[in-house]
Design a protein around this ligand. Structure first.
Ligand code: SF4
Length: 416
C-alpha cells in the first residue's frame, strides 16, 4: 500500500455528501459504478439523441424538452429537476419518477503551483480515477480518464502498475468534464475556461468504445460543452480495428502513442504492438486521415534515457513520418509530440537529458517533421503526463506483481 494510496483509502472510507469537496454524492455500495445504481436512468449517460429518445419514448414528451434539460445540466450545472424552472410541474414529477442526474464525486482537489489542477474522482467505493486541468496561454485543457486502471500493461506507464478493474460509464467520463467545468466556473458559450479535452488520462479509450464516443458527442454538442472536433482528442496505444471504427463514428482528433520507431523496441514498451505492429497501425492512421480531409495525426513519443532517444531512433522516426505524409499526400499530416518521461517510484526508466531532447527534436525538424516538445506541468502534484494513478480495485493482480518487483529491487513500497 502506498503513501498516497493510504490517503485515498481514508477519503474513500469517509466519503459522503458532506465529505465530498464540492462534489455530487455517489451512492454507497454500488459495485458497478454510478450509472448502474438504482432503476432510474442517469441523464449523464445520455447524449442528445438518446436523451431525445428518452423524452419521447419513456416520458411521452416532446423531443425538444431534452434540450432544455441538457442546458440546465451542462451549461448551468443544475442537477435538481426542481430548479429547472422552465419545465412544468408535471414534467418535473415524471423526471423524478424515471430519471436522475448523478455525477461522480470529487474526493480531492489538488492545485499545482503552475495552475494545473488535479481531481481525484470517486466512481464507486473502491475505485477512483484522476482528471487533470492544464491552463496555458489562451487555452485550458482537461485530461480525462476512460477506465479504472488499464489492461494494456505498457512498461513505462504508472497507470499500468495499478492493474485494471473496469470501464467507466458515459456518465463517469462526461462527469469528469462536468466537474472540472463547474469547479472552474466555465460558461460554454461565453466565458470558456475549458477549451480542449484530451482522452489521455487513465485507460485505453478505444477499449471502452461506446461509452467514450457517446461522452465525446456531449463534449462536442452545443447543448453540451460546444467544443469543436479538433479540440477533442482521443489518444490510443494503437487498437487498429477500433481506429477504423472511430473513423466511422466520430470526427475527433486522433493521437497515437508511438514511443518507438521500430517493432522490436515498440513491442518491449507496448505489448499491444505484437498484435498490431507499426505497419498495420500506420495503415489504419492513413485510413483515418483520408476519411477526414485536412486532418492530421499527432504521434506521441515519450523520450526515455538510453532507450528510444538516440539519433538513430530520431532518424528512423523521421522516415516513418515522411512515409506517412507521402502516403496520404499531405504535408504535415503526421506531427510528433515529444514527451520527456516523467519518472514515478519503482520505474526502471529515466527522463532523457535536456540536450538529448533538443538534439532529437532538431533531427526531426531538419527532416521537415513538425515536432513539438510537451512542457511538463503539474509535476509537484503527480499530475504530469504518465503519472496518473488513482485508486484501482485491481482485478488483474498487476498491483501485487508490481509490489513484488519493488520488493525484489529493494524499493520501499510506501514510496510507490
Ligand atoms: S500508456 Fe495508456 S494504454 Fe498503455 S498502460 Fe498506460 S494507460 Fe494503458
Amino acid at each position: 500500500m502506498t503513501t498516497r494510496d493510504n490517503a485515498i483509502d481514508i477519503v474513500l472510507a469517509t466519503a459522503s455528501p458532506e465529505a465530498a469537496t464540492r462534489g455530487t454524492a455517489a451512492p454507497a455500495g454500488d459495485k458497478a459504478g454510478n450509472a448502474a445504481a438504482g432503476s432510474k436512468t442517469n441523464i449523464f449517460d445520455l447524449d442528445r439523441v438518446s436523451l431525445e429518445d428518452f423524452f419521447e419514448n419513456v416520458l411521452g414528451e416532446k423531443r425538444y424538452r431534452a434540450h432544455q434539460v441538457m442546458k440546465w445540466i451542462h451549461h448551468r450545472y443544475v442537477t435538481d429537476f426542481d430548479q429547472m424552472t422552465d419545465l412544468g410541474k408535471a414534467l418535473r414529477a415524471k423526471l423524478h419518477e424515471h430519471a436522475e442526474v448523478r455525477a461522480p464525486m470529487v474526493l480531492l482537489e489538488k492545485p499545482s503551483t503552475d495552475g494545473t489542477i488535479k481531481w481525484l474522482i470517486g466512481m464507486d467505493p473502491k475505485n477512483a480515477i484522476e482528471a487533470v486541468y492544464i491552463p496555458d496561454k489562451g487555452r485550458g485543457t482537461l485530461c480525462v480518464s476512460s477506465q479504472v486502471g488499464c489492461a494494456l500493461n505498457c512498461t513505462f506507464c504508472s497507470t499500468a502498475t495499478q492493474g485494471f478493474n473496469r470501464n467507466l460509464t458515459t456518465a463517469e467520463v462526461i462527469g469528469q468534464v462536468w466537474i472540472a467545468a463547474r469547479q472552474l466556473g466555465n460558461l460554454p458559450h461565453q466565458q470558456r475556461k475549458l477549451t480542449n479535452v484530451v482522452m489521455m488520462g487513465m485507460g485505453e479509450p478505444l477499449m471502452n468504445f461506446d461509452n467514450v464516443v457517446r461522452a465525446m458527442s456531449i463534449m462536442r454538442d452545443d447543448l453540451g460543452y460546444g467544443l469543436a472536433n479538433k479540440r477533442v482528442t482521443l489518444s490510443t496505444s494503437g487498437l487498429v480495428p477500433q481506429i477504423d471504427q472511430l473513423g466511422q463514428a466520430s470526427d475527433v482528433s486522433l493521437a497515437v502513442s508511438l514511443h518507438a520507431p521500430n517493432d522490436a523496441l515498440r513491442t518491449e514498451l507496448i505489448p499491444l504492438n505484437k498484435k498490431y505492429p507499426i505497419a498495420e497501425l500506420m495503415a489504419a492512421c492513413q485510413r483515418y486521415v483520408k476519411r477526414k480531409p485536412r486532418s492530421s495525426i499527432t504521434f506521441e513519443y515519450t523520450l526515455m534515457k538510453g532507450v528510444n532517444d538516440q539519433p538513430q531512433h530520431a532518424r528512423e522516426l523521421a522516415r516513418l513520418m515522411r512515409q506517412f505524409d507521402n502516403a496520404v499526400q499531405m504535408k504535415d499530416a503526421a506531427k510528433v509530440n515529444l514527451i520527456p518521461f516523467n519518472p514515478f517510484p519503482g520505474t526502471q526508466f529515466e527522463r532523457s537529458p535536456e540536450d538529448d531532447i533538443r538534439a532529437f527534436q532538431k533531427l526531426l525538424q531538419d527532416a521537415r517533421v513538425l515536432t513539438t516538445v510537451r512542457r511538463t506541468r503539474g509535476d509537484d502534484i503527480d499530475a504530469a503526463c504518465g503519472q496518473l494513478k488513482g485508486q484501482v480495485m485491481d482485478r488483474t493482480r498487476r498491483q501485487a506483481e508490481f509490489r513484488k518487483t519493488l520488493a525484489e529491487r529493494g524499493i520501499d513500497d510506501a514510496a510507490a
